[in-house]
Design a protein around this ligand. Structure first.
Ligand code: NAD
Length: 337
């Protein structure tokens, strides 16, 4: 079993991965500045408070512990915010990653699993998206993630630092045991917003465009259960521990789900009406982003197995109710079932 440093392990995806890796016997140390994460999400190993841009702190941490690998989740991850404040994104995501990679190289730690994103592809001309689809990010967020991937190529060539870049599509769902879930502030992801509308925490959920060239006119995305992402990280880690070479892999289900389908499924799962309002499209929002996850199957023998959109929403709703105890049910929601 390995001793691991998990940057961003107090956040949504990172905390689910820590829980799963710790359950498999790995020793997980979380490194997080808590700017967007939650202290209460760090339950399966110690929390080291620190910033990924802090070279001195990282040198201290790598000097004190012999890590076999790093899982790097820490980042700023809002597309809209990155457009408004690109310099901050370059600083945290790119400078942070460069500082981390340098500290790893200096400490002789040469394996990293990196949280990349389908945003590196931008608005692809063909779907489903394979890893051969040209990377043309359309916003600073996607740009910074691609820059980090390229940085990792440099460290691979220069110092033999191997990386698995996991390009997640839309992470969604929650720990089936209800201990963890999606908790971003502010929240911008569709499923938590839909559940907020179902529970009355939010008046309405906005649909950005209903005139896309898709069967119901709303945008199609590939929602992958956070439990499946945790499983993929586990496999990526084992791959590297067994001498695997640097690789980029799409993590998605290969099945697209429209915004309207998400809303309908949420109404079915919660038994509540989800009030919605159609507004204009957001700049640069592609009609459809669906993964071809074939390469992750070939390299890691991974495929999304936890369940489809219904299971994702069942688990997310359980977490939503736990987190909002006392407020769910206060809205005069209309029961459809
Ligand atoms: N959620 C998604 O749908 C999705 C999709 C694709 C890729 N990703 C990537 O996955 C990773 C995790 O995403 P998430 O949704 O869990 O985000 P999150 O905001 O919940 O978690 C990010 C964590 O990183 C920490 N962090 C931020 N800046 C830091 C810094 N400078 N130093 C140390 N820690 C810092 C935050 O405190 C937080 O705990 C990110 O890298 C994101 O870009 C997420």
């Amino acid at each position: 079993m390995a001793r691991l440093l998990i940057t961003g392990g107090a956040g949504y995806v990172g905390s689910h991965c820590v829980k799963s890796l710790a359950a498999a016997g790995h020793e997980c140390m979380v490194y997080d500045n808590l700017s967007r994460g939650h202290r209460e999400f760090v339950k399966w190993g110690p929390l080291i408070e620190g910033d990924v841009r802090d070279a001195e702190r990282l040198a201290q941490v790598f000097g004190a512990h012999a890590f076999e690998a790093v899982l790097h989740f820490a980042a700023l991850a809002y597309v809209g915010e990155s457009v408004l404040d690109p310099d901050r994104y370059r600083d945290v995501n790119e400078t942070g990653t460069r500082t981390l990679l340098t500290a790893m190289r200096d400490a002789g730690v040469n394996r990293i699993v990196f949280s990349s994103t389908c945003s590196v592809y931008g608005k692809p001309e063909t779907t489903p998206i394979t890893e051969r689809t040209p990377c043309k990010p359309m916003n600073p967020y996607g740009d910074t993630k691609l820059a980090c991937e390229r940085m990792m190529d440099d460290f691979d060539r220069g110092s033999g630092l191997r990386s698995v870049r996991l390009r997640y599509f839309n992470a969604a769902g929650a720990d089936p045991e209800g201990e963890l879930g999606e908790w971003h502030e502010p929240e911008t992801h569709l499923i938590p917003l839909v559940l907020d509308a179902a529970s009355g925490k939010r008046e309405v959920v906005e649909i950005y465009g209903a005139d896309f060239p898709t069967p119901d006119g709303t945008a199609i995305r590939d929602y992958v259960h956070v439990g499946d992402l945790a499983d993929a990280h586990h496999r990526a880690l084992n791959y590297l521990l067994h001498g695997g070479q640097t690789v980029a892999l799409n993590l998605g289900t290969g099945r697209g789900v429209s915004v309207r389908q998400v809303i309908e499924t949420a109404e079915k799962v919660t038994g509540r009406l989800v009030p919605s309002r159609t507004v204009g499209r957001r700049d640069g929002d592609p009609p459809e982003l669906v993964a071809d996850p074939g390469k992750a199957k070939t390299i890691l023998d991974w495929s999304a197995g936890v369940g489809g959109i219904e299971q994702i929403i069942v688990d997310a709703w359980r977490w939503h109710k736990t987190r909002n105890q006392g407020t769910v049910g206060s809205h005069p929601a209309i029961c459809r079932t």
